[in-house]
Design a protein around this ligand. Sequence first.
Ligand code: CTP
Length: 416
Amino acid sequence: MSELGTVFDDSTTFDGKRLHLAVCGSVACYRAADLVRAWGRLGLHVSVTLSAGARRFVAPMLFESLGAMPIYGDMFADGQEPFAHLEPGQRAQAMVVAPASADALSRLARGAACDMVSAQALAFDGPLVIAPAMNPRMWAHPATQTNVACLASYGARFVMPVSGETACGDTGQGRLAPLSEIFLAGLRALAPQDMAGLRVMVTLGPTREAWDGVRFWSNPSSGRMGAALAAAAWMRGAYVTCVCGPGIRATLPQEVRRVDVTDAKAMFEAARDLWPDADIGMFSAAVADFGPDPYAGGQDVKFCKADAPEGFSVKFHRNPDILQTLAADRRPGQKILAFAAETVAETADLAPLAHAKRARKNADILAANRVNGEDGAFGALSNRVVVVDAAGNEESWPAMSKADVAWGLCSWLLRP
Ligand code: CTP
């Protein structure tokens, strides 16, 4: 089950990867323990360095108990390996500094090597992620901002602090970013950048078609599959824009652009505007194919029982088919991933429907899933799909997390 509430909390893609976490002296450093836990649950090997300041707030045993290994401390402590300051650079595939104090930013920016955190960062030539946390005046100071710009120019990626009340009672930007953002940024640093620079548009969630002032027609789609696709593409380096139907609870990485819509018409218009600039379209939304003709008494008015003591009928109209319309108007090179929500007796019955729908919709790849029965995909954490492509390839994947399905579909899309 969910650890930090992200769609990647149950991914298996990063199993066995090595990440180094440096924790600096800030009240927020106790929160780093939850990061170790969440990454550890994905099968990551996490090593940790606690700065001298951090060791005043939290004990190494906390991180040890959560499975982090090794735990580094003072560079000159008795028993410390002589080359411990070089180890993450030789072993870890990504390094995260969270929380990064103002002092740590200053030392990292000027290439100091007088303490374990800065020496390890200096000797680390892989992807570096920094999540600062400090008093808002310290954060706003030009010296800190210059350090941030300097580190960014060296290639560090920042998970910026957020605004709010800080532990010292001041209000402003300086609070550690949500752990979910730091967690995902750590995974992004471990991911292959094989979608770097690609512009990806994702439609996700249900649409909601209004009837009267209080009622609508919709479906139980949670948007989780689309959120997983968006996160996967973003981790692999793409610029991602999501067109989100209503009620989506899944968190999207902050760098993913989000356009919120309610009904199928608005989703169509938003997707149509984005489509010319997209390299890949991922159409995961459960769009309502039909919408009720609006209540004649007025769309803002509640229809009451007294208006139809014997019951009543509603007429439905066809909504635009977003995927089919945009697929018919694609430029060369644009790729399309479609889904098919089917009610079938067995997963095995999906394949013929998947091939037919892929061809009808003119998609490059289509992933079909059952939406009835116990393994129904709507709102579920996992998904069981049959994937087909234009070359006639077909695979039936076992039930897996939506993060893993998304990862696999991105890989299919990249196949020549
Ligand atoms: N889709 C869309 N716009 C619609 C309906 C569907 O963009 N109005 C997209 C979905 O996002 C999905 C694909 O088309 O990628 C197939 O959706 P699905 O609901 O399975 O199929 P339908 O087109 O609705 O066909 P049918 O109802 O006949 O199964």
